[in-house]
Structures are given as structure tokens and as C-alpha cells.
Design a protein around this ligand. Structure first.
Ligand SMILES: CC(C)(COP(=O)(O)OP(=O)(O)OC[C@H]1O[C@@H](n2cnc3c(N)ncnc32)[C@H](O)[C@@H]1OP(=O)(O)O)[C@@H](O)C(=O)NCCC(=O)NCCS
Length: 159
């Protein structure tokens, strides 16, 4: 369905991509444990300002997310800082779609969002994907700037 309040954006994964530059003290790994899932849910709720329709409970969110045929924990990237734990996430579907990108509020504007995005580009490029897409709301100015800065362009919604 066409969403008029949001753009579908695409990064073509051709040519050389810049390597991510992680802020100091950040470690990145994929989603492994039930504790990871809980921490991701808590971060998303705060990042998206607690939209209860999207995030009913950690258990329901996890059941729906991990039960999706396009789920793969190896395509869910978690960035941790050494002091306060989970600092940012990039959750991707196997169809080369970046479902969620979110950085903890106190860790924003340090380059973590950009590093996670560039990390996702490099992972999907290594998997042989030709492009990766995402959806961004028109009123999300920060997200728009980040995606355009990293070479993403608007593409039509299909269907
Ligand atoms: C969108 C979001 C992921 C960006 O994360 P972030 O870590 O702040 O992103 P970055 O730090 O890479 O870039 C943000 C800004 O900080 C600036 N910045 C990066 N490193 C910096 C540094 N060391 N010092 C000062 N500024 C810096 C960037 O230039 C950018 O500036 P701009 O917005 O004026 O262009 C984050 O705001 C967020 O989680 N928002 C809520 C959830 C959301 O909307 N997600 C996107 C859904 S589509």
C-alpha cells in the first residue's frame, strides 16, 4: 500500500562504500539472547516515543518480530557502550529492508546512527544484495538528513 506520509528510500550497493566509523567505546554484535530482545524492545519504545500500537509488550513484540518469515537475528545489529549497555540498533529483514534504526537519546549526534547504517550497507553488499531500502516518515528530519547524507534516494512505493 502507498504511504503518503513516508518515503521509501534506497541505497544502491554498487561501487565502494565507506567503512563505518564507530564512536569510541562502541562494540557491535548481532542479536543472540532473550536479554538482547528485551533491551532492543526497551530502546525502540523510547526511540519511537512509546507507540503502544507498535510495541504492545516485549513478549508480543518479540513473538511478532522473530516469527516473521523475513526475520534473521544475524541481520539485527546491536551497538553497546561499555557503561550503559545498548546504545543503538539496526534491525533488517532478509529482503534487504532496514526495518528499524534507532539510537538511545543520550548517544545521538556522535555518528552512531551513520555507523550503523554504513555497517548495514556493508553487510548486505557482502551478501550480494544490489540495494537496501527503508521507510522514513516525512516529518523525520534527522532521519531524512542521515539517509540522504549516506547516499539514499527516494524510490516509488510498489503496488
Ligand atoms: C535518526 C537517528 C537514528 C540518528 O542517530 P544519530 O546517532 O544521532 O545519527 P548521527 O550521529 O550519525 O547523525 C546525526 C547528526 O549528528 C551529527 N554528528 C555526527 N557525529 C557528530 C559529532 N561527533 N559531533 C557533533 N555532531 C555529530 C551529524 O552530522 C548529524 O547532523 P545533522 O542531523 O545536522 O545532519 C536518531 O535520531 C534516532 O534514533 N531517532 C529516533 C528513531 C528514528 O527516528 N529512527 C529512524 C527511523 S526511519
Amino acid at each position: 500500500m502507498i504511504d503518503r506520509r513516508a518515503w521509501r528510500m534506497r541505497k544502491l550497493l554498487d561501487g565502494d562504500q565507506p567503512a563505518p566509523r564507530w564512536p569510541a567505546g562502541i562494540d557491535v554484535r548481532t542479536l543472540k539472547t532473550p536479554a538482547d530482545a528485551k533491551a532492543v524492545h526497551a530502546l525502540l519504545i523510547r526511540a519511537y516515543e512509546g507507540d503502544e500500537d507498535i510495541f504492545p509488550s516485549a513478549e508480543d513484540w518479540w513473538a511478532r518480530f522473530s516469527g516473521d518469515p523475513e526475520f534473521d537475528g544475524d541481520l539485527c545489529f546491536l551497538a553497546f557502550d561499555s557503561k550503559d549497555g545498548l546504545a543503538g540498533v539496526a534491525l533488517c529483514w532478509t529482503s534487504a529492508f532496514l526495518k528499524d534504526l534507532a539510537v538511545r537519546a543520550d548517544m545521538r549526534r556522535r555518528g552512531l546512527g551513520e555507523a550503523l547504517l554504513l555497517h548495514v550497507f556493508s553487510i548486505f553488499r557482502a551478501r550480494g544484495a544490489t540495494h537496501i531500502d527503508l521507510k522514513v516518515e516525512l516529518d523525520n528530519a534527522e532521519g531524512m538528513r542521515l539517509y540522504q547524507r549516506c547516499g539514499m534516494v527516494r524510490v516509488p512505493w510498489e503496488g
